[in-house]
Write a protein that binds this ligand. Structure first.
Ligand code: UDP
Length: 344
């Protein structure tokens, strides 16, 4: 049986494709390459170019491959962009998940692992780690678009032979320790990526969005989770579903919060580079503190994190950022050579 990875050319999806192959699974990837890269898809995975909202393409993929599980990563993830373009987020995250789930049910594919987010929780009144039982009140269209998808999956699972695990990601960061893939998206807005770019001299510095939050140092607090631990939780979710596990929603984080200042200091320490830091107003849609209670993932999915350390996360992110610069220089040289050989 094969696993279909949507968004498998993207940051988390490409790590998933590698992890599935490492685990001996047969992997099929669909990606429209809007933010992902063809080179990020392992060559052992079968690749289909296109949109998960394209029913004909899905029907072809299901006809050509013996798929028993879908891992749905394709989606839009930038909070401020979702505030500016809400309907695009509902289209890409909510409508396309509905289409994909309906196609899976029609094709008799029973297992679905969904990329959800801690943004479904919004601002919580106390700042103890948030559990799945907490109230959901997204502060932005991104979180809302994912929550609506969760609700549809829940109702579909009650009505059909279809079971899902929705994993609510906290702040995913770092890169494959073997250096095979990482966060490559142009213009990525994630704090650790931005700080690594600054440490490598690829941007002039880092802006801190908000210094008046009710946190220890006034900057936003997040639970940063290494991408390899996150994809491992998906492998555990897949085994759980194949064992006959019921529909489940589980947080993925370490249960530890770091402030923006903690992160910037760690990047400076690990990279041994100082960079400029500027203080800016709060970013629209941001919560003060978001930390996971991941007891459900640990107990029901038997998930044990292996990279639970901010320095390790930053190390792998920096290594990847360097690798990416080298890759870009390589791409540029190849292009120059192609132009030169075409000219003469
Ligand atoms: N952040 C920041 N400067 C940046 C990017 C992010 O101060 O250039 C802050 C942001 O306000 C939040 C934290 O860093 O408190 C993590 O933001 P990120 O965009 O990485 O993830 P989010 O939590 O928004 O999903």
């Amino acid at each position: 049986m094969a696993v279909l990875v949507t968004g498998g050319a993207g940051y988390i999806g490409s790590h998933m494709a590698w992890a599935l192959l490492d685990a001996g699974e047969d992997v099929v990837v669909i990606d429209r390459l809007s933010t992902g890269f063809r080179w990020a898809v392992p060559s052992a995975a079968r690749f289909y170019f296109g949109d998960v909202g394209n029913r004909d393409l899905l029907a072809r993929i299901f006809a050509e491959n013996d798929i028993d599980a879908i891992m749905h990563f394709a989606g839009s993830i930038v909070v401020p962009e979702s505030v500016a373009h809400p309907l695009e987020y509902y289209d890409n995250n909510t409508t396309n998940t509905r289409l994909l789930a309906a196609a899976a049910i029609d094709a008799g594919i029973p297992h679905f692992v969904f990329s959800s987010t801690a943004a479904v929780y919004g601002e919580q009144r106390d700042d103890t780690p948030v559990a799945e039982t907490a109230s959901v009140q997204p502060k932005n269209p991104y979180g809302q678009s994912k929550l609506m998808a969760e609700v549809m999956l829940r109702d579909a699972a009650s009505a059909h032979d279809f079971r899902f695990v929705a994993l609510r990601y906290f702040n995913v960061a770092g890169a494959d320790p073997e250096g095979r893939t990482g966060l490559s998206t142009e213009g990525a807005t994630h704090l650790i990526k931005i700080a690594c770019e600054a440490a490598l001299g690829r941007r002039s510095g880092v802006e801190i969005y908000g210094t008046d939050y009710p946190t220890l140092d006034g900057t936003g607090v997040r639970d940063y989770i290494h991408v390899s631990d996150l994809v491992n939780a998906h492998l555990k979710a897949l085994s759980y579903l194949r064992r006959g596990g019921e529909a489940l929603i589980a947080n993925c984080g370490y249960g530890k919060g770091y402030s923006v200042l903690d992160v910037l200091q760690t990047v400076m320490r690990v990279s041994r580079q100082k960079f400029e830091v500027q203080y800016r107003p709060r970013r629209p849609g941001d919560a003060a503190s978001v930390v996971a209670n991941a007891t459900v993932a640990r107990r029901l999915l038997d998930w044990t994190p292996r990279h639970d350390d901010l320095e390790t996360i930053v190390h792998t992110a920096l290594d990847w950022e360097q690798n990416l610069s080298a890759r870009k220089v390589g791409d540029l040289r190849a292009l120059q050579q192609r132009i030169a050989s075409a000219a003469f």
